[in-house]
Design a protein around this ligand. Sequence first.
Ligand code: NAP
Ligand code: ZN
Ligand code: ZN
Length: 346
Amino acid sequence: MNVRGYAARSSDSPLAPWGVYRRDPGERDVRIQIQHCGICHSDIHFARNEWHFTTYPAVPGHEIIGKVIQVGSGVTRHRAGDLVGVGCFVNSCRSCVSCKEGQENFCEGGLRMTFGSFEADGKTPTYGGYATEIVVDEHFVLKIPKTLDPAAAAPLLCAGITTYSPLKYVGLSEGQKIAVVGLGGLGHMAVKLAASFGAEVTVLSRSSSKQGDAERLGATDFVLTRNEGALRPLAGRFDFILDTISAAHDINGPLGCLKRDGTLILVGAPADPLPVAAFRLLGRRRSILGSNTGGIRETQEMLDHCGAHGITSDIERIVPDQINEAYERTLQSDVKYRFVIDCTKF
Ligand code: NAP
Ligand code: ZN
Ligand code: ZN
């Protein structure tokens, strides 16, 4: 079947209406009527082929929330009427070490991303959540806590888990000092989540217009990085730095702000390499850690944590006609702090 949605036809054309193919639901599939879909910066990288693997037409979107409207005969975890979510991937090999450990996000046998991959047949492209419906294997469908506003919960499916997972992995705990670099979709979720773990959070941003929000989001400090020498007073201060910047940038300045044995966690995914000055690492045994979304079990844990703490994303709701404008505004860092599309309007 084809459902209504939006696609990019080439790397430099605006997104426009397109009939999105969905498979007929199989035994273990859940058919979801999509209500909301967040706009992640990865959608923009992908639609514009900045990572050099996009095939067209390309349908982005991996922060999906909707209602179950049909389940296959073998589905046990979800029922018609449930409010559910779908994040960055829709299938994995389920037999590699990572899959067996519940870390499907690091699947070595063929992770199937929500967009930019192929269905199980190996030739039908996967299409993302800028559409009215999606069909997904029940294992990759998450339960959304009833206490959360569904539109504001959509960004948890990528921005939420992508920041929650590495903070858990490094064991961020009460009283530790963390700096979040880049206050966008991921960055503002990182501030909220790190604060909910009891950490002391500093925001490093080049946008003075965001200064007033840092404290409200849970940070104790805000440093405007545009100012010459702004990082100097922060030398050796932080246990962790979470870098969410979407474009090429200098990471050596932030590295110098880490304590001995501190870790810079990289989640931003700029297309070009980020040069590292060796002595920024050697002198104080600092390290750089990369992280890519999170497994299904941990994503559910994150959603439940957010449900318990009342954590959602700060969002600006848009209709499909506004997607291209939202892309431009995101590129100009003019978003507070996630655009979420009303998918009932496609
Ligand atoms: P976003 O909302 O656009 O936020 C990125 C922020 O980075 C901007 O708001 C801005 O913050 C800062 N920034 C942008 N360009 C900059 C530049 N040239 N120099 C310095 N700072 C700059 O993007 P997002 O959705 O949070 O995504 C951020 C990155 O993470 C993207 O590359 C995305 O693809 C990637 N990502 C990775 C994963 C993963 O699994 N690892 C998952 C999702 C997204 P200020 O205005 O505060 O400076
Ligand atoms: Zn994303
Ligand atoms: Zn696997």
